[in-house]
Design a protein around this ligand. Structure first.
Ligand SMILES: [Fe+2]
Length: 425
């Protein structure tokens, strides 16, 4: 599939396509910055009661055309499909044109595209599948229960940090796999230079249930209450901090449940507050689209796109996909802070202040400064979310518990060491 289209790198036609009533929305996309507050409006987004599924429906009624995305080989269910030619045959300007178009797709357009033939070496993928199978088997023998966001345990095989585990298990196929220059071209089109690749394998077995509709990391991994505490600008900027992708390691026909996607939903600005609401889930269920994928095809999407893995209703196909989560260079501190020595030196003083003041504003401010408040990056095999939590413990949550329980310096240091050990790759 997706192999029939010819590669095109000509410019857009001078004449625009016929206009319909949705055309103004296409050319003045409702994205980015409309929800940023004017002087008199709130820093935070309003309560969920103001969310409008009609707004989402209007956004998602847009139609992507070949005229919008002239480099695509075809558009299937609003999803541009790019039949990738041999990378070395592309001139620098052709690479740049592709990056421009992908950026437009992700930002203002459908928010998702397929790169057909991202990996043409099927033997390599079969080899990597063998490596994944051996990792999965070894972890099963270990029998550690794993946290798995958005999926019921036991219906799928998950390899957290398949990137590192692959490198350690089989350097030869790892080097061949991650030296794909198209991965770099796609990643930098959205994130610029200095990005970091992480990967997680999801192998959904026949009978595997679909995921629920969601958005992805960062804000998508926060509870609705936690997301509500982030300012409006953070709701917009979350999408620019990661690129979500997937490589089909086997043929993924429709019956095996390729990813369910809601094109254009990444431009619904209140989406991080909305996707858990029943009427939005219902809209997603009634309107999502999918495209079948061939072994070696890639799928890339804006992390703010509403999406969900599909149900595997095939009789005998294991839907093996390597999920890529590529992170922006931004969002990191300029200096490294080692929390443990700071806590070790200051614990008695911190304990004294807490003893005198309890959870005062001053104690809260100190806690916010001393410990890392964000639990990522972490090791999701070892540092799992508590039941009913989306995120694992952070240094701050460990310190908070330690103050509350009156831990000694030795005890709090042990708790921090344990968290650090669990967070290592
Ligand atoms: Fe997801």
């Amino acid at each position: 599939m997706h192999r029939g289209g010819s590669w095109q790198l000509h410019k857009k036609e001078a004449l625009p396509p016929p206009r319909d009533e949705l055309q103004p929305l296409r050319h003045t996309p409702r994205t980015t910055f409309e929800m940023l507050p004017k002087a008199a409006t709130s820093r935070l987004l309003p309560a969920s009661s103001t969310l409008s599924v009609q707004t989402l429906a209007a956004i998602c009624s847009r139609k992507a055309t070949k005229a919008d995305y002239p480099l695509a080989s075809s558009i299937a269910n609003n999803i541009p499909i790019y039949d990738l030619p041999k990378f070395s045959g592309l001139s620098p300007s052709q690479r740049s044109e592709l990056q421009n178009e992908w950026y437009q797709v992700l930002l203002h357009g459908p928010g998702v595209f397929v790169t057909a033939g991202l990996y043409r070496d099927k033997a390599l993928l079969d080899e990597v599948n063998g490596v994944y199978a051996s990792i999965i088997e070894a972890e099963k023998r270990n029998a550690a229960a794993k946290g798995d966001h958005f999926a019921a345990g036991g219906k799928n095989d998950r390899i957290w940090n398949s990137f590192s585990k692959h490198a350690l298990a089989d350097p030869k196929s790892f080097v061949a796999y991650y030296s794909n220059p198209y991965l770099a071209l796609v990643s930098s089109s959205w994130l610029g230079p200095g990005y970091r690749v992480t990967a997680q394998v999801n192998n959904v077995k026949p009978g595997g249930s679909p995921q629920e509709c969601h958005r992805d990391y960062h804000l998508g991994f926060q509870s609705q209450a936690a997301a509500a505490q982030f300012p409006r600008a953070a709701h917009l900027s979350s999408q620019f901090l990661t690129l979500q992708g997937g490589v089909a390691h086997v043929d993924v026909p429709l019956e095996t449940g390729p990813t369910r996607l809601l094109p254009y939903s990444q431009t619904y600005e209140e989406g991080y507050m909305a996707w858990r609401e029943a009427e939005f889930k219902a809209y997603f269920e009634a309107n999502y689209v999918t495209v079948p994928m061939g072994q070696g095809d890639g799928l890339f999407f804006n992390p703010a796109l509403f999406h969900a893995a599909g149900a595997n209703s095939s009789a005998d196909v294991n839907r093996m996909v390597n999920l890529l989560q590529i992170s922006s260079a931004f969002g990191k501190t300029m200096e490294t802070i080692e929390t443990a020595p700071v806590v070790e030196r200051c614990w008695e003083e911190m304990g004294r202040m807490y003893g005198e003041q309890g959870w005062s504003d001053e104690v809260e401010a100190l806690l916010g400064a001393v410990g890392e408040g964000y639990p990522f990056p972490t090791n999701l095999d070892k540092n799992q979310p508590e039941p009913d939590e989306l995120t694992p413990p952070s240094e701050q949550s460990v310190l908070r518990k330690a103050l509350k329980n009156g831990l000694s310096k030795d005890e709090v240091m042990e708790a921090l060491r344990s968290l650090q050990a669990k967070s290592r790759a």
